[in-house]
Design a protein around this ligand. Structure first.
Ligand code: BDP
Length: 642
């Protein structure tokens, strides 16, 4: 039942307060969508491709490969987009290539997009790893640093220059990682000529996954009207059974606009409306967005239709635009001991993932994504962490719809070298957080930002670095908690005081005390007690696990067998169950599936800590976890009585 009095107080406070989200970046990054006024054209498929194998990897720029067709400057091969290029051919040089690769494709742009000056045409790349430069018909249109977030450029005027010709899109992508990239890395030249040929170099990295590269997500052309909805931000709240959606809309390309906002329920029925670029929508008898297994109707989404009219003069419309944003109404709060969704304690029983599969590498693949969701639901997973970089937006949209809760992690993984704590690295890290929050701020499934994984948080510069990073992220989004994932001991950790939730990884009886499962109860409880005593924050076990080579058996268990993986998980679970009613709020297994890493003596064709193989077949641990997660769902997921 709604309480009009208290609601209006809430509403007034909300509307008067400064909107919680600040946007330091120019412009928005709305997911491209079709509407009566917008069109989308996918450029996925086969592109021409060449790796620049010249000694300095610079021939492409010296010879300006972007000025002509790629076939005119040398040999090309066919390369699928989206996909990592590494595992597509039989050539180990391409698998392990470091430097610039070149992609090119010609596309016919619909005649109306060219003739209609009121149409804005945008070229968008979902993600390309790591540094990209884009040309259209030989003219540079944009460049972008960072491997997991989208970038785009308006190309309307360019394509109108030569309206009858196909439009040639060239994208050069460089996967080199340096001390200032995210993730960081170093290039090391081997100068001993008795051991290495001239110019021999290697890419050193401090993270445990293959540095897949190429165009990983869709390349699109899409249109908007010239005067268009550029960005939308929503924040939601509720009191009793009345919800409130606060929104802010920005329009680009002209003044004199009218904005009409309409909220509809899942069945398309009218719920509320408003006008203007910011405001609030009151939702009577609100249906909250609930996580999977916490409610019989999880992932409830309203639709917020933003309709924009640009006027030539009063009453005469020049242009219209419509963008529809899915909106889940929910709140997130953190106390000293609990993680609350809609004011109810939420317990994470979930997984860590990778965007990783055979052949495609990190390339976007619908069959894989849908299979993974089916496996997660079979397991009884209610959450995952986007270890160790932002995942495709389509994945977050699925999480919104299915009620899968997400800890959204940026690519701050492997920050181990003290030189990667300097200002240049920090500045870039702040920009990446800007881009991440701008892209993902409206997803109800995203409940927390993770600004890094296992940085060298014991190093003295870590304190300033993480204080700055976490405060910046909180200023960008005042509605979600912020964490970074740590492996340091509580008493060495310099950034710990700034996190809202302690996310701690540990590998007892694996990397330390190998084979000694019996030490887990003592070491794990001590670890938790130390963290809690020091920071008084809820704790999530954000990684734990053991490698298991599928089909390897031994009893009593030995490392690398399926029995050892099971026994290790079971020992961890016993401790989790003791701490669960105190301050312990979640467990995320490392890892959902086996995944590829660089070659090394610690990895047998990749990391085998998956409870599924890389081909998504279950190991024994998948059945153990499934039993546990469904039990946990029954014990912790029910809506608790008020
Ligand atoms: C953790 C890292 C993760 C690794 C895992 C492992 O966060 O990226 O893959 O160890 O070694 O420390 O399996």
């Amino acid at each position: 039942m709604s309480v009009p009095g208290s609601f209006s107080v809430l509403r007034v406070l909300w509307l008067l307060s400064v909107f919680g989200t600040v946007l330091p970046l120019d412009g928005g990054m709305l997911f491209p969508q079709e509407s009566s006024f917008r069109e989308v054209k996918e450029l996925n498929g086969l592109w021409d491709f060449r790796a620049d194998g010249s000694p300095n990897r610079n021939e492409g720029f010296e010879k300006a490969w972007y000025k002509r067709r790629l076939t005119e400057t040398g040999p090309v091969i066919e390369m699928p987009v989206p996909a990592s290029y590494n595992d597509i051919t039989q050539d180990p040089t391409l698998r392990d290539f470091i430097g610039w690769v070149w992609y090119e494709r010609e596309v016919f742009v619909p005649a109306r997009w060219i003739s209609d000056e009121g149409t804005r045409v945008v070229l968008r790349v979902g993600s390309a790893h790591y540094y990209s430069i884009v040309w259209v018909n030989g003219e540079k249109v944009t460049e972008h640093e960072g491997g997991h977030l989208p970038f785009e450029a308006e190309i309307s005027s360019l394509i109108r220059k030569e309206p009858t010709k196909p439009c040639r899109i060239t994208i050069a992508v460089n996967n080199t990682l340096t001390l200032e990239t995210l993730p960081p890395g170093t290039i090391q030249y081997m100068n001993d000529s008795s051991r290495y040929p001239d110019g021999f170099f290697v890419q050193n990295i401090d993270f445990d996954f293959f540095n897949y590269a190429g165009i990983h997500r869709s390349v699109l052309l899409y249109t908007t009207p010239k005067v268009h909805v550029d960005d939308i931000s929503v924040e939601t709240n509720f009191m009793d059974n009345t919800g409130l959606v606060r929104y802010k809309v920005s329009v680009q390309g002209g003044f004199n606009n009218t904005l009409n906002i309409t909220l509809m329920d899942k069945d398309g029925h009218f719920v509320a409306s408003s006008t203007g670029s910011s405001g609030g929508l009151k939702v009577v008898d609100v249906k909250l967005w609930w996580p999977y297994l916490m409610h019989e109707n999880p992932g409830y989404l309203y639709s917020m239709k933003v309709r924009q009219h640009a006027h030539r003069h009063v009453g005469v419309f020049l242009q219209c635009d419509v963008y529809t944003l899915p909106v889940g109404i929910r709140t997130i709060n953190v106390t000293n001991t609990q993680f609350l969704i809609n004011n109810k304690p939420f317990y994470f029983h979930g997984v860590n993932k990778h965007e990783d599969s055979d052949i495609r590498g990190r390339g976007f693949d619908w069959p894989l994504i849908v299979k993974d969701f089916n496996l997660m639901k079979w397991l009884g997973v209610n959450s995952f962490r986007t270890s160790h970089y932002p995942y495709a937006e389509e994945i977050l949209q699925m999480c919104d719809r299915h009620g899968i809760v997400v800890i959204d992690e940026c690519p701050g993984v492997g920050i181990k070298d003290i030189r990667s704590f300097r200002n240049a690295s920090l500045s870039h890290h702040l920009v990446v957080m800007d881009e991440l929050v701008r892209r993902d701020k409206n997803h109800p499934s995203v409940v927390m930002w993770s600004v890094a994984n296992e940085p060298a948080s014991e190093m003295p510069p870590a304190e300033f670095y993480f204080k700055t990073l976490i405060e910046h992220t909180k200023a960008l989004d005042q509605t979600r908690p912020v964490t970074y994932v740590t492996i340091a001991a509580a008493d060495m950790d310099k950034g710990g005081p700034y996190v809202d939730v302690v996310c701690a990884n540990s590998y007892f009886a694996w990397y330390f005390d190998q084979g000694r499962l019996d030490i887990i109860p003592l070491q794990l409880s001590t670890h938790f007690e130390n963290w809690y005593r020091k920071y008084q924050r809820p704790i999530i076990q954000s990684e734990y696990g053991a490698d298991a080579v599928p089909g390897l058996h031994m009893d009593p268990p030995m490392m690398f067998t399926e029995e050892y993986q099971n026994a290790l998980l079971q020992s961890y679970h016993d401790v989790f169950d003791q701490k669960r009613n105190q301050y312990f709020v979640g467990e995320l297994i490392w890892n959902f599936a086996d995944f590829m890493t660089s070659q090394g003596i610690y990895r047998v064709v990749g990391n085998k800590k998956g409870i599924f193989t890389r081909q998504r077949q279950p190991k024994a641990a998948a059945f153990l976890l499934r039993k546990r997660y469904w039990r946990l769902a029954n014990e912790t997921g029910r809506l608790l009585p008020d």
